[in-house]
Design a protein around this ligand. Structure first.
Ligand SMILES: NC(=O)c1ccc[n+]([C@@H]2O[C@H](COP(=O)([O-])OP(=O)(O)OC[C@H]3O[C@@H](n4cnc5c(N)ncnc54)[C@H](OP(=O)(O)O)[C@@H]3O)[C@@H](O)[C@H]2O)c1
Length: 253
């Protein structure tokens, strides 16, 4: 695949635009004069993010307030984004919830809510955007998944299942529309210091949102399919995936 044109992406749609990883990524893009359409569910936070991007050099910033769990409202929002931006170069999907694993073990409705936000709502967005980019014959779809989707761990397998299912969906979508010039990027961060992990004791493996943002933009520029971020998670997960199931089930991970 050839490298991107200089200036790509000039028009950016961000779903889950109040996510720390998304904000760090947009800040880097704003310095390059990109135009944005931001979607998130809390209008006050979203307005603050939009203002911040304008002061950092963004050409224009539009906002759309919605709960992304409301899949019935996705087509109207996505059509408005395409109209306002004129042409979408990059769609970054970053919303997600960690959820409460123990509560989800006890109550299917709690497990279903995690799967809905992380997987079902993302499938709804990807269905519309995949067809949009295929018709446009170009663009990039970058989706924040997780290393947690690589293996089912007893401590977070509901969240892990939502991301594992997403990884399979993205792989299949990529195999369908890569030939139309569309990049489908699966982003697999390890631990990142964001509000999502604020309750977890931080260790040396934790990355900053900006480290992950740098990796996301490099992976888009190089038209990668999958990006483990930071890079060392590729090797960690290679080892984790190599542990035989008979042994893995006895481990406290
Ligand atoms: N942090 C990590 O260690 C880590 C590791 C691997 C992957 N990830 C993934 O990275 C992505 C971004 O998370 P983050 O680390 O940046 O954490 P974050 O700052 O807590 O961002 C999560 C975002 O998802 C949004 N969100 C959740 N449900 C939503 C809904 N129904 N509608 C609209 N927005 C919704 C939240 O909005 P509100 O602020 O309005 O609640 C928040 O902006 C997630 O997909 C997460 O699974 C994170």
């Amino acid at each position: 695949m050839p490298k991107r044109d200089p200036g790509f992406p000039s028009s950016v749609l961000v779903l889950g635009a109040t996510s720390s990883i998304a904000i760090a990524t947009m800040r880097r893009l704003a310095a390059g004069n990109s135009r944005f359409m931001l979607v998130a569910r809390h209008s006050d936070r979203l307005t603050a993010v939009a203002q911040d991007l304008l002061t950092r050099g963004a050409a224009t910033v539009d906002i759309w307030v919605m709960d992304l769990d409301d899949t019935a409202a996705h087509p109207e929002m996505l059509a408005a984004a395409a109209e306002r931006l004129g042409k979408i170069d990059l769609a970054l999907i970053a919303h997600g919830v960690l959820g409460d694993q123990q509560a989800a073990e006890a109550d299917f409705e709690i497990a279903a809510a995690i799967l809905h936000t992380n997987f079902i709502s993302t499938v709804s967005l990807l269905t519309w955007l995949g067809n949009y980019f295929q018709t446009q014959r170009g663009g990039a779809l970058a989706v924040v998944s997780s290393v947690a989707g690589d293996r089912g761990r007893k401590s977070n397998y509901v969240y892990g299942a939502s991301k594992g299912a997403l990884n399979i969906f993205l792989e299949g979508l990529r195999n369908r529309i890569d030939r139309d010039g569309v990049q489908v990027l699966t982003i697999k961060p390890g631990f990142v210091a964001t509000p999502m992990t604020a309750h977890v004791a931080h260790n040396a493996l934790f990355a900053t949102p900006d480290q992950v943002a740098r990796g996301i933009l490099k992976a888009i520029e190089r038209r990668r399919d999958v990006a483990y971020l930071p890079w060392f998670w590729f090797w960690i997960m290679l080892l984790v995936r190599a542990i035989p199931g008979s042994r893995f089930k006895k481990m406290n991970m």
